[in-house]
Ligand binder design. Sequence first.
Ligand SMILES: Cc1cc2nc3c(=O)[nH]c(=O)nc-3n(C[C@H](O)[C@H](O)[C@H](O)COP(=O)(O)O)c2cc1C
Length: 360
Amino acid sequence: MWPNDRFIKLSGIELPIIQAPMAGLAFSDMVVAVSEAGGLGSLACALLSVEHARKELETIRRRTSRPINANFFCHQPPRDDRAREMNWRRRLDGYYVQLQVDDNSSIPNSARASFDDKMCDLVMEFHPEVVSFHFGLPDQSLLLRIRRAGAKILSSATSVAEALWLEDQGCDAIIAQGFEAGGHRGMFLTEDVSTQVGTMALVPQVVDAVKVPVIAAGGIADARGILAAFALGAAAVQIGTAYLRCPEAQISPLYRQALKDAKDNQTAITNVFTGRPARAIVNRLMREVGPMSDVALDFPLAAAALAPLRAKSEMAGSADFSPFWSGQAARLGRELPAAELTKQLAAEASAKLKLLQTLA
Ligand SMILES: Cc1cc2nc3c(=O)[nH]c(=O)nc-3n(C[C@H](O)[C@H](O)[C@H](O)COP(=O)(O)O)c2cc1C
């Protein structure tokens, strides 16, 4: 029924819709709802301890026998640079004073762990049908273990060069992540955000370059986007921001309202929240320190010094220091339970496809 069923066949899902992994914001409830509805639910593990990830995976496996995706970051460890750290703190000093945040307040560890042996043990234990990565891929030895566990391996590419690299390393499918996408850019062969490519241009060029199925991501939030992705040659879509509007997303009322209100031109790519380029709703910190800053610490260290500022300002009802990740199509989202959203998106896309086929 779908014009391209390569990813459906590869992963064993029914509907060509992947709920994007969203670290710290979507857990077992979201994953189970999407997978049970026939899409692919994704558990982002980057912000979870091994114990927490195990609990989530246990819950997911207890509640659904459908295919699921476990997702991990695989960034290089940050430089340990005391001088840069002092610089970053100094850049934020004025905010500490203004918000009356104690300069010595304990700074939490900005734990965004890279995929390692312990997380790989979890993959071996729970056998997710799909394992996806952001920021490249882990070592071949770890990839081999995942493959032996029977999982299909995916990763994000933000250029044709990255897609070819991922295919060469043995990825079973590639997520072409366009510039419109919310959250962190998966970019790993370049640090230059000025040359990042939009979904419309990226997807067909990646489709032409690789043999494996391509999943379109970035700015897709309704049936029109899904149809467009298929027209560009994609075999599925990965949708993030639109799923943030679902009740299963664990986001604050402030974040929820900001997504509801976000206009097409109110997001930007910034590195001030974590040290890596990511798309978020523009706020005071992004305007005053970024959106791109040379002073921001390496990923993920920049986040730690911001945490007390964020906590204090959110308590006062302000989003001045909050990383409200969002793609450019936030306003196309609708407030629906994740299962309903998945089914509605698929039904609407399929109806539009049939209509187009009748007209052709
Ligand atoms: C809130 C949020 C968190 C994200 N976290 C992750 C993550 O942990 N792992 C990952 O591979 N991608 C992550 N992404 C990126 C998505 O995989 C995907 O590329 C993006 O959501 C697609 O664009 P859209 O938001 O316009 O749908 C995140 C995106 C958002 C919006």
